[in-house]
Design a protein around this ligand. Sequence first.
Ligand SMILES: Cc1ncc(COP(=O)(O)O)c(C=O)c1O
Length: 470
Amino acid sequence: MSGPVAPSCFTFLVPRITKNRIIFCLLLVNLVLIFLYSEVKRQSSSLSRPNPGGYRGGKPEGINTDSSSHAPASDALIINSDIGDPVIFEPYWLKYGIDMVIPPWHSISYVSSQRQISPFFEDFLIDEIISVHKIVGNAVTKDRHIVIGAGSIQLLQAALYALSVNDRSPPLKVVSAYPFYSAYPMVTDFVQSKLYEWAGDAMDFEATSNRDGYIEIVNYPNNPDGTFRHAVVNGSGGLIHDLAYYWPQYTPITSPADHDIMLFTLSKFSGHAGSRVGWAIVKDLKVAQLMSKYIFLNTIGLSRDAQARAAHIMRYVVHHYSQKGSAPYRLKTGPDNTTLLFHHAYDALKHRWKELRGLVVSGARFTLQDYPLAFCTFFGETTTSHPAFAWLKCEQDRNCEELLNSVNVRSRGGHQFGILDPQYTRISMILNLKEFTTLHSRLALLNNSSQTQCEIELTTERSDWSARYL
Ligand SMILES: Cc1ncc(COP(=O)(O)O)c(C=O)c1O
């Protein structure tokens, strides 16, 4: 626009230069400059404006937030029930979650608090963690130290370091009773530490007379089979209790867990796996300090944004339960219970388990692990487990994972969990609804079919290492 203004001013002035004509021209040029300036400002502010409805709040526009709509519809598409991605929680948060805002100036500094054993842990997150455990009654937090890390996997490594760094003996043996979570061996041996090494099934060492030099990982309810576990070797190296699934939606809460090192994760508490927030509740101050040191040297703490998000989520959960008083929080007190996280997730899992068990008993091809009834202090009634994974056994086929592969369902075969019997495979129960429905119908197809595994053509390859780690 400025282009034509200069020549037209020039032709306007040249025949007769008067004061009025000069003022008029200057005014015109000024107007053009003001217009140009406001245009540039408008464009740059639209670039820096936060994604509307994204981080700021509201349901993101233009982004498909329902992961179930990404689910494959056709038989040719793959259902990935191999990984334990907790997207089952997504509809809950989409419906009930409250938006949060983190302004750009917030949490700029590396450090946050002076109160905790590490300046990288946010005071307000520690307070929310304690409140959550108080409401649920699943862990003792009094006189304990809380260490925050990038998911419970980082905390597991921090705990291995803390338990072994001052040990003079050769590498400590890390064991867990089989079937054990498939990440344990990978994580333990990944950096080929001189301090510790994976030694396999804890049962192999049960009768060991000298229990020096063993660190045992106890996972309850256990991934993959959902059973309750106790330490087997109980060696001098120490115990790490992985309680990722000790929440009321998965299993009855029978009493507050009270162990030396207990690991929890936001991933399975509320489904926010992508935030990468985990916490350890630790009895011994020195161990907690060493774990914090590991996390400091490994990642200089955990993202403060992630810590803020975790606290926001926990505050929401605690607020809604505390409005109802204290436990027990009955399962059938009215429709408003669906607004409560654990009630909502419990209902969803219970329903899926009912469907899967119904399918399994209607044929002879598969069987599932049975779980005992137990009194859940959180719900105030007797319930049973609805684990995040089903430990499926194929009664007639040689290889259960391969059988499921044949109908384009990815699962995780028993060998990944330390067992040699290929009749077992693990399927996720926490995938999105559309995928679960398709998974169910494909298993039903196999259940009603007399085809053997060899007659069904394999159509796809196995998933890569990264997917199989989770
Ligand atoms: C038993 C168990 N522990 C730990 C983890 C890791 O959780 P995070 O996402 O916090 O690293 C998982 C994830 O599936 C798990 O099943």
